[in-house]
Design a protein around this ligand. Structure first.
Ligand code: SF4
Length: 453
């Protein structure tokens, strides 16, 4: 009996060419990968799950930290060893020399969001099939995330110039998509079964600034390309809407009522990076931390359930013991729900490399441990207040031992989980009501009180 592959071979006259794909780096890079894959699938290419079955392998690299660059170089080396025909793209592709000096055998190198160039390079390596019957792409595009959640990229680039970051030089200044364009993509995703939309960009709160908040058409009415207007429109689609990479600018206050009303998830991902005004100045970060504490307090008055996630850097050049103690005190007062912490690492090409007073590695290490211990205490106390509450849980995975999901306060991959032990009568994408019965410093355990739906 003919298999699907045989049938496709007969239709095309030859097997569809297969592309292997390795996606490294942040959610923004993942969205780039999805765009490239969507385009390739639209042209009739197939994806290969392994190196051996691929006609060519695309590696989407990350160039943010030196450790990420090394990981990218290792991945390229592995793909070359296993397959031999490799195209490199993504952030690290902005520095072609750094790649070809280590791996001269790569077929092509393209930079971040150069979708057309990557696709052209794939055409050069293995020609696309031409067949009018090949229309394999669902209208919502193809996604690397599970079907029930998706990242929605609203802009590229960044107008800030944080001294430790080279993203603006890799990706350029802020370039927003029109609100109508974003909303049409969001609608397609929701129609295809996506239950949770994660809004991402380099600086979500700056959305539309480059377009002077121009209006575009959505559902026959004008919609401003502006943070609040987009959040409000997304909140009307009936899916969970989660906002990432938001800076505490005054206009962010406007979306908090949308969270209190349940239109947008009560969740803000704000990369604070530090609390000491002196360190923040050296980092060239937007926002002043003393006013930020006041702002957080007001947000919580309006929306008591608001969860704030953030990332911090310890051991930035010039960070003194006093600066670090100030950060710990700030952390104790801010009582953030989820926190990631990085030890400062110089990035080639970043302005911060010129700063004096590097912090010794052992001091960075010690500060990192103290920071994490402090936040664990905060997190344990905050999560303990959830015990006894009924909450909504979106299910991510189910097996014979039970289900694993997340609350409205948890983004996938980076935050905690909700365990529904011995409950396998649900499926990924279900949103259920459950009562929290236990908490530790990261996760919750709950028992379902509603039917799946
Ligand atoms: S806000 Fe700062 S850290 Fe974030 S992308 Fe822009 S320059 Fe880099």
């Amino acid at each position: 009996m003919a298999t699907d592959d045989d049938i496709r071979t007969i239709k095309l006259g030859r097997p569809a060419p297969k592309v292997g794909f390795v996606s490294l780096g942040c959610p923004k890079a993942l969205v780039d990968s999805e765009r490239i894959i969507t385009k390739l699938r639209a042209e009739g290419y197939e994806l290969s799950a392994d190196y051996a079955g691929a006609d060519v392998v695309v590696v989407n690299t990350c160039g943010f930290l030196d450790s990420a660059k090394q990981e990218s170089l290792d991945a390229i080396g592995e793909a070359l060893a296993e397959n031999g025909r490799v195209i490199v793209t993504g952030c690290m592709g902005g520095d072609k020399q750094a790649i070809t000096s280590v791996h001269p055998g790569v077929l092509a190198v393209t930079g971040p969001h150069q979708y057309e160039q990557v696709v052209e390079a794939v055409h050069g390596a293995v020609a696309p099939p031409h067949d009018p019957f090949v229309d394999l792409v669902p209208p919502e595009g193809l996604h690397l995330t599970p079907r029930h959640y998706a990242y929605l990229k609203i802009s590229e680039g960044c107008n800030n110039r944080c001294s430790f970051c080279i993203i603006p030089s890799l990706r350029g200044d802020l370039s927003s998509r029109s609100a109508g364009d974003v909303m049409r993509e969001a609608e397609r995703l929701v129609k295809a079964g996506v239950k949770e939309l994660m809004v991402i960009s380099q600086d979500t709160s700056a959305y539309g600034l480059d377009l002077k908040y121009a209006q575009s058409d959505w559902r026959g009415a004008p919609l401003k390309t502006r943070f609040f207007d987009l959040a409000q429109a997304l909140g009307s689609l009936g899916a969970w809407v989660r906002l990432h990479y938001v800076y505490p600018y005054p206009h962010v206050d406007d979306v908090i009522p949308l969270m209190a009303e349940g239109r947008v998830l009560p969740y803000l991902d704000i990369p604070f990076q530090h609390a000491s005004p002196k360190v923040l100045k050296a980092m060239r970060r937007p926002g002043a931390q003393d006013k930020t504490l006041e702002r957080i307090r007001r947000w919580r008055e309006i929306c008591p359930d608001l969860a704030i996630r953030s990332t911090f850097i310890v051991g930035f050049p010039g960070e003194t013991d006093e600066d670090f103690e100030l950060l710990l005190d700030w952390l104790g007062e801010a009582r953030l729900n989820r926190v990631g912490c990085f030890k400062y690492e110089p990035v080639e090409g970043a302005a911060a490399n010129a700063l004096d007073d590097a912090v010794p590695e052992e001091v960075k290490e010690e500060r990192w441990h103290r920071f994490m211990a402090k936040q664990q205490d905060v997190s344990r106390e905050v999560l303990a207040t959830r015990v006894g509450r009924e909450i909504d849980v979106i299910i991510d995975e189910v097996d014979e031992e039970g289900a694993l999901g997340r609350s409205v306060w948890d983004a996938p991959e980076i935050d905690g989980s909700v365990f529904l032990n011995e409950d396998s009568d649900v499926k990924a994408g279900d949103i259920v009501r459950a009562k929290v019965v236990h908490a530790d410093e990261y996760d919750l355990w709950a028992e379902r009180v509603s039917d799946p739906g």
